[in-house]
Design a protein around this ligand. Structure first.
Ligand SMILES: Cc1cc2nc3c(=O)[nH]c(=O)nc-3n(C[C@H](O)[C@H](O)[C@H](O)COP(=O)(O)OP(=O)(O)OC[C@H]3O[C@@H](n4cnc5c(N)ncnc54)[C@H](O)[C@@H]3O)c2cc1C
Length: 373
């Protein structure tokens, strides 16, 4: 009989985080992932762990995740840089929002600093100084290479915590203690369903009632930058202040920025385009993204969105090479206005999903909280 204490469904970051949290508490854990390796949202993202600006307890959760990311990177041996971030301001209304954020949020002051353009230059030669008003420098952000991390962590879980790995194995039904998979029946006391954008296979009724929708994001990556060139901190600019409404919308200065961007940049607003920039282990630059919301998406990417992303990138970044080597998109689930969803469809089963654009930032911390309940 295949018998364990805990089964985790899905080897994206949410599933990996729950497998780790359960195994560390002494449970015998089996992790099931339908593909081999996992190719969902967790390998398609920037790999930015981004605590700055998180509020309402989420900053502490993000910082817990940050601590676990650093530990996991040492254990599983993947690229994870403590490089911080720069929010760049090229307009007076953008600088006003950064000033407000710095003045009003204690964590931003504790871990951050407002910089003049000259100070920005000391941190990053990638930033265009022409027209730059200033920036918010934050020390808390990490840059993880998601393609390395999501492939390396399962092996670390198996070696260090004895987690059983079942890749290429679909979980097709749960009726505790039985868990039906394409490799046979397992028995477990508890199951964590971390199935990402798949709402159809397990508990479709509960998913349908949850309010989850999907978000499609277009991404690009440059060739390896020449001469071992380094980006420095992760970068973002004015459009990110508009996009991350949960971080900035409560500031009084936000209204002016919102009005200007909605008047001047309607295409960017319509497709939720803003820019985050980070560098991979191999020196490529990851650039994105856009946000389109639906249950089912056209599978084809839009070149006008990619062009708009590149146009905006040129307003604040100077890279030795802008040559694009890869284009792709990722899809994550979310409930608008909610941080995540945690559902108990039957005793012993927990669905954890809907972390939206913050799964890399929050999953390790969230799993610690859920396993401690
Ligand atoms: C383009 C993009 C950029 C992003 N950038 C960032 C960022 O910089 N920072 C950040 O914090 N967040 C970011 N995010 C968000 C983050 O990637 C997601 O929140 C996170 O990856 C969701 O993880 P997950 O484990 O729920 O989903 P996934 O990674 O999609 O994993 C779910 C897994 O479950 C498996 N599965 C589903 N059903 C079954 C089944 N029945 N049996 C077995 N296996 C099953 C799937 O095959 C899949 O591998 C980004 C997302 C995208 C798309």
């Amino acid at each position: 009989m295949n018998k364990v204490d805990v089964i985790v469904v899905g080897a994206g970051i949410v599933g990996l985080a729950h497998a780790l949290a359960a195994a560390r508490r002494g449970f015998k854990v089996a992790l099931f992932e339908r593909t081999s390796p996992a190719v969902g949202a967790s390998i398609r993202n920037f790999g930015q762990v981004w605590p700055v600006g998180k509020s309402g307890g989420l900053f502490q959760r993000a910082m817990k995740s940050r601590e676990i990311w650093l530990e996991a990177s040492r254990g599983a041996d993947f690229f994870c840089l403590e490089n911080g971030s720069l929010h760049l301001a090229y307009q007076d209304d953008e600088m006003a929002v950064l000033n407000d954020l710095y003045a009003q949020v204690p964590e931003v002051r504790e871990f951050g600093q407002l910089l003049t353009p000259e100070q920005v230059f000391d941190k990053s030669q990638a930033v265009k100084l022409e027209g730059l008003k200033g920036a918010l420098w934050s020390t808390t952000e990490l840059n993880v290479d998601p393609r390395q991390a999501i492939r390396a962590i399962p092996g670390w879980l198996a070696r260090t915590y004895g987690v059983e790995l079942h890749f290429g194995t679909l979980v097709r039904g749960i009726n505790l203690p039985n868990v039906e998979t394409t490799a046979g029946t397992w028995q477990a006391e508890r199951v964590y369903v971390c199935s990402g954008a798949d709402f159809e296979t397990l508990y479709p009724q509960q998913y349908a009632e949850s309010g989850l929708i999907r978000c499609k994001l277009q991404m690009m990556r440059t060739v390896t930058q020449p001469d071992n060139w380094k980006l420095g901190p992760n970068l973002c600019a004015g459009l990110s202040l508009y996009q991350y409404t949960h971080t900035f919308a409560h500031l009084s200065s936000f209204t002016a920025l919102k009005q200007r961007i909605e008047t001047e940049m309607p295409f960017y607003v319509q497709y939720g385009i803003h820019l985050l920039v980070s560098q991979t282990a191999l020196g490529e630059i990851t650039i994105g993204d856009s946000h389109e919301y639906a249950m089912t998406f056209d599978p084809f990417d839009r070149e006008d969105i990619n062009r708009a992303i590149m146009d905006y990138l040129h307003t604040f970044a100077q890279l030795p090479s802008f040559e694009i080597a890869e284009r792709w998109h990722g899809i994550y689930p979310l409930v608008k206005g909610q941080r995540e969803i945690v559902i108990h469809p039957e005793p012993g089963v927990t669905i954890v999903n809907g972390l939206g654009g913050s799964g890399m930032t929050l999953s390790f911390g969230l799993a610690e909280e859920i396993l401690s309940q």
